[in-house]
Design a protein. Structure first.
Length: 123
C-alpha cells in the first residue's frame, strides 16, 4: 500500500525479556535467533539513548527492513557478555542471521556505499 508521505511499512519490535534460566551464551544466542536482524543498543528504536543508536536504527528504518532491538541498559549481564561473545566493545551492535555486521560506523559506511542494501537483500 502506498501513501503520500512515503512511509515505509516495516516492523520494529523491542525484545523485553530473555530467559535467565539459560547460560549467558545461550541467552545471547536466543536473542540473536529471535529475528533476522537484531540491534543491541542503548534505548530502543522509538527512544534511542545515544546518537549512534539513533543513527543505526534510522538507517534500518529508512531501508524498510523489519528488525528487533534489545536495550542493553536494562541488562548489565547481557551488555558485558555480548562484548565478549562478539569481541566488539561498543554499542550499537547489528546482527544479521546471528552474524555481527558491526556498529554504527560500519553500518553507516555500508549504507552509504549501497553494500548494506545488497547484503540485506542476499542474506
Amino acid at each position: 500500500m502506498s501513501n503520500s508521505f512515503n512511509i515505509l511499512n516495516n516492523a520494529v519490535e523491542e525484545i523485553l525479556e530473555v530467559n535467565k534460566e539459560l547460560e549467558l551464551t545461550e541467552q545471547i544466542k536466543s536473542l540473536l535467533n529471535s529475528s533476522k536482524i537484531v540491534v543491541f543498543m542503548k534505548g530502543n528504536a522509538d527512544m534511542p539513548m545515544c546518537g549512534f543508536s539513533a543513527n543505526t536504527t534510522a538507517i534500518l528504518k529508512q531501508l524498510g527492513v523489519s528488525f528487533k532491538t534489545f536495550n542493553i541498559l536494562n541488562d548489565e549481564e547481557i551488555r558485558q557478555g555480548l562484548k565478549e561473545y562478539s569481541n566488539w566493545p561498543t554499542y550499537p551492535q547489528v546482527y544479521v542471521n546471528g552474524k555481527l555486521i558491526g556498529g554504527n560506523d560500519i553500518v553507516t559506511e555500508m549504507y552509504q556505499s549501497g553494500e548494506l542494501q545488497e547484503y540485506l537483500a542476499n542474506n
